[in-house]
Design a protein around this ligand. Structure first.
Ligand SMILES: Nc1ncnc2c1ncn2[C@@H]1O[C@H](COP(=O)(O)OP(=O)(O)OP(=O)(O)O)[C@@H](O)[C@H]1O
Ligand SMILES: [Mg+2]
Length: 283
């Protein structure tokens, strides 16, 4: 039996601005994601990935078209109903982690439970399980500023899962991580889709994620396109050595007349701190 999709988009369009400043950010996108599926969205910078994800997550109202989440059409709901839909149906994971700095790891994870049935009290047990599962037990009472990037992103994943949403939306969750932490975050998300039957929609520039994704959707100028293999142009990140697709990479630097692509901001910063060391590895 083919599971019915948890997330559907019908002819979604988003236009920002008007007149000279008009930008058609998403243009007639229809797609769906089913339970247990990990779907990757790739595409060049500015192609509309974040805009699409924001509409799918009820954070942004489409100019036209419809989003259906777990059988409910968002357009049929009043604005006052949307926060509850977001809190219970969707877990968000962002590149910048978005943790609350004054709260501990455990408090951050429990934060969205305020909006769910049973509140924080009912979620404490689940928070404990997530903390253990994501390897954060020793950091339970730590504040975000004392965590590594990988730890912060694991807190953000636990927070996204606390209300047991059927859908997880992640916007470049590995973008600020070194390649090892990025790999780890990716595998956690992969396991969550497989073991818990959640639908995961993932935006990333990381070509390695293609290997674990069930499907890859390619967005270009706001529209889904068939991607041909020849769109890839593989180069090596001069710092970590990871394969980077020059077509989709978002972190670049110019060095001695050459354009270098990096897997993440962190690798770029390492390069900038000591370019000569890494330049020696360039061929
Ligand atoms: N609030 C806004 N107002 C006006 N234009 C916007 C707004 N947000 C995004 N855009 C424009 O819409 C287009 C799509 O932007 P979006 O952020 O969705 O791209 P993206 O694929 O996520 O890019 P990146 O890979 O750089 O994150 C871009 O041309 C962008 O400049
Ligand atoms: Mg984006």
């Amino acid at each position: 039996m083919v599971p019915s999709p948890l997330l559907n988009a019908f002819h979604l369009t988003k236009v920002y601005g008007s007149g000279q400043a008009r930008v058609s950010a998403v243009d007639d996108v229809s797609m769906s994601v089913s339970a247990g599926e990990l779907v990757l969205i790739m595409g060049p910078s500015g192609s509309g990935k974040t805009t699409l994800l924001s509409m799918l997550g009820a954070l942004l109202t489409p100019t036209s078209g419809e989003v259906e989440i777990d059988g409910v059409r968002l357009g049929s709901l009043t604005a006052s109903k949307l926060p509850a839909v977001r809190a219970t149906k969707i877990g968000f994971i962002f590149q910048g982690f978005n943790l609350l700095e004054a709260l501990t790891v455990e408090e951050n994870i429990l934060f969205p439970a305020r909006l769910a049935r049973g509140g924080v009290a009912a979620a404490r047990g689940r928070a404990g399980d997530l903390i253990d599962r994501l390897g954060l037990a020793h950091r339970r009472t730590a504040l975000p500023r004392t965590l590594s990037g990988g730890e912060k992103q694991r807190v953000a994943i636990a927070r996204a899962l606390i209300n047991q949403p059927p859908i997880i939306l992640a916007d470049e969750p590995t973008g600020n991580l070194d390649s090892e932490s990025g790999q780890e975050v990716m595998m956690v998300l992969h396991d969550i889709a497989r073991d818990e039957g959640r639908a995961i929609l993932f935006v990333s520039h990381d070509p390695r994620i293609e290997d674990v994704a069930d499907r890859v959707l390619w967005l270009e100028d706001g529209a889904l396109r068939d991607r041909r293999q020849d769109r890839h142009s593989w180069v090596r990140d001069p710092v970590c050595g990871m394969r980077v697709d020059e077509v989709t990479a978002s972190v670049f630097a110019e060095y001695e007349g050459r354009n270098l692509a990096f897997c993440s901001q962190r690798c770029l910063e390492r390069f900038q701190a000591d370019p000569e060391r890494y330049a020696a590895k360039l061929t």
